[in-house]
Design a protein around this ligand. Structure first.
Ligand code: MRU
Length: 341
């Protein structure tokens, strides 16, 4: 099931807000449709948002009507700015849009502009698929036969448009014949774990047990978890990692219980412009995601709400970072700089 597919002059996405009960595909023809789809989490997950940003920019380019290259570049810049304003935390979105703008800045023939930009978006997508394929293979070596793995949020094919990051590693380990089991945190407030991770693992034939977020510590203390593996939305130069809210708590619990904590992410998630995690912009989402459950109010009217969508796990809690270019261990900074050179 593809999270996103380029259809020639439209982008087809699987609406992730309707999963697991309905498999609804949406065909997006305008970049504004992609802006809404990303904002509303119809397509989500850091690498997938990057790919969606590239295709969104391509959709915008297809609709620009001018014979002037500089005017084309100006209008294209506006399209990219609108896409960039959708979600602030995942680095992949900004990297993809930078690539698209950089490609647009080199255009010398207006007749070829649209074709070149569509080709670049497809290239971004193909590279992301390849990166997740490679990192899944590399990461699977860390998973021992018989392991029970805890994961948080959703870092599978849906979130990456490829093989998945955390789930890519898990599915690959299963395909290598290892007998593994997974505990999936439901991941409040939008339940990416309950709705998407369990769905993807079930489809891949990996035994999965759904738990609420607050049960993770209990199962660790019962020695039921062999390792934790999560994805990432942005990784800074020192290895600090932003990921779905709740990841930090899981990392601290893993350290307390002597359980390895792995992060899996493609190199497009790294941000060498930031020295450490406190500089990562954290998205604050709408209050009704917390006060309502599938449209039904679960809190007193007008109650004050905080809803940060991500938190940052300091690098000291991370055992290893799995990328398509290799597995990084401490000290991360040296390895990250060398890898991204
Ligand atoms: O808000 P979302 O669903 O876009 O959250 C992003 C994520 O899916 C996770 O944080 C994930 O673990 C990293 S992306 C593979």
């Amino acid at each position: 099931m593809k999270a996103i597919e380029w259809m020639g002059n439209t982008a087809k996405i699987l609406d992730q807000t309707q999963l697991p009960h309905k498999e609804v595909f949406l065909e997006l023809a305008r970049y504004q449709d992609m802006v809404s789809a990303i904002t509303e989490l119809k397509i989500r997950g850091a690498p997938a948002i990057g790919v969606a940003g590239g295709y969104g920019a391509a959709l915008g380019a297809l609709k620009i009507k001018t014979a002037s290259i500089s005017e084309f570049q100006r209008e294209f810049h506006t399209v990219c700015q609108k896409l960039a304003a959708t979600r602030p935390t995942a680095k992949n979105l900004f990297l993809a849009l930078e690539r698209m703008e950089n490609t647009a800045s080199k255009i010398t023939d207006i007749k070829q502009a649209k074709e070149i930009l569509v080709a670049e978006a497809i290239k971004i997508h193909n590279e992301e698929i390849e990166a997740t394929r490679k990192l899944s293979r590399l990461g699977a070596e860390l998973i021992k036969d018989g392991a029970t793995i805890l994961t948080h949020c959703n870092a599978g094919p849906l979130a990456t448009t490829g093989y998945g990051t955390a789930l890519g590693v898990i599915i690959q380990a299963k395909e290598q014949g290892k007998k593994i089991k997974v505990f999936a945190d439901e991941t409040r407030p939008l339940l990416q774990g309950a709705r998407l991770t369990t769905w993807e693992l079930k489809n891949a034939g990996v035994p999965v047990t759904l738990i609420t977020d607050s049960m993770a510590g209990y199962f660790m203390s019962q020695r039921k978890i062999s390792c934790v593996i999560v994805g990432a939305d942005r990784i800074t130069t020192n290895g600090d990692t932003a990921n779905k809210i709740g990841t930090y708590s899981v990392a601290v619990l893993a350290k307390e219980n002597n359980i390895p904590f792995y992060v899996a992410a493609p190199t497009t998630t790294f941000d060498l412009s930031l020295a450490s995690g406190e500089l990562i912009p954290i998205e604050e989402r709408k209050a009704n995601e917390v006060t309502h459950f599938q449209g039904v109010s679960t809190a007193p009217e007008g109650i004050s709400v905080a809803n940060p969508a991500f938190d940052v796990t300091p690098h000291r809690y991370i055992t290893a970072i799995i990328t398509e270019k290799g597995i990084l261990r401490k000290p991360f900074e040296e390895g990250i700089r060398r890898m991204l050179k």
